[in-house]
Design a protein around this ligand. Sequence first.
Ligand code: ADP
Ligand code: MG
Length: 409
Amino acid sequence: MAELALEVREVSKRFRIYHQRSTSLKEALVERRRGRYEEFWAVRDISVDVPPGHSLGIIGENGSGKSTLLKCMAGILVQDKGTIVSRGRLASLLEVGAGFHPDFSGRENIYLNGAILGLPRRYINAVLDEIVGFAELEQFIDNPVKTYSSGMYTRLGFSIAVHLDPEILLIDEVLAVGDEAFQRRCMARIRELRSEGRTLVFVTHSLESVRAICDRCLWMDRSRCRMLGEVDAVLAGYRAELRAREEAELAMTEAAVVDSSPGRDGFRITSLGIIGPEGPTSILNTGDQVTISVGYSSPAPLSGAKFAITLLSEGGAPLATVRTADLETADLSLPQEGTVRLVLPGLPLLEGLYRLTVEVADIASGERYKRLDGVQPFRVHSEGRRESGMALLGHSWEFPRVTEATAGR
Ligand SMILES: Nc1ncnc2c1ncn2[C@@H]1O[C@H](COP(=O)(O)OP(=O)(O)O)[C@@H](O)[C@H]1O
Ligand SMILES: [Mg+2]
């Protein structure tokens, strides 16, 4: 078997957090000497192998230790326990600006980074224009990098890292910074490097790009490895956890409690529920088939009741109302108790938090039996979709054609 490109064995990294109560520098130094600090293990007992040409994604909540682990891999931090072996020329793109000398120009920093990687000057001469072009910094390349914006830093950092012929490339969250067009070019370049057989370790919040690029995935959770394995399995585990946490948070809100007190004529709404493709939930995806169920009870059978359900934005603005009164069979006759279900075959809402208003009234008099306002909070995810706003519009575009008559005008 070929030697591993990266071998991480039982690695742990500790930080010392000094108490900042001291008011003067002198006091601070004394406290430091007295050793008033707490130890904090930012990375605990991580082991992972990356064979040459493979790509590892690292995901996990903020503060779970992803960047610290990557810095240990890059040799920028030294782990307190365990060993890391890397085989091959390693380039890294870590935090914005890391690895740049602020007083040097962009051009000088390119040579500096190349020298650190042990590349001959003529190699850098040959790729310099490409680096500058990819970073779109032609006009600024001779200015000191301390004058750059964070987007410019990131573009230069990424461009250097991918053009200096790395065998192993470590990338931390770059795609979070910079505009969308640049992000797309980064992804395209990363794919290219992958197909050239480079080894990649990629920290990101974008689960979609992990799926697109990585062979395996490490999920870090509070400094430890929560799961390591096939991308699909790890992403499924991570998504399930995020979802469970979101559900728990929504269930804690006041609006989630159904007011089942009697309304007019003793009518009650006894339950309210949202059913997604996998069962009852408060977390949905755009386009899901969704059923909203309203359980009720009444001292007597209902004749001529009407139900209305409104979808509300997080701010309480009504987005859409659907009514049974609009049906041809509008004069509903219903048993004393039961469940009325509204089925939405494809949820047309985009990313966000939403709520419901439910109203039941008498069709003839219009008198209200019961109304629950702004209840049953639910979250909609629309990962991977490009549309923005709240609602998904079914649509198509039409364009004018270039014809002989219109060409060149
Ligand atoms: N230099 C440092 N000194 C003290 N604590 C740090 C340092 N760097 C990171 N940490 C802490 O270590 C934990 C992990 O941080 P980090 O590796 O940046 O997480 P992630 O990249 O997953 O968001 C966090 O709680 C962070 O505050
Ligand atoms: Mg980080």
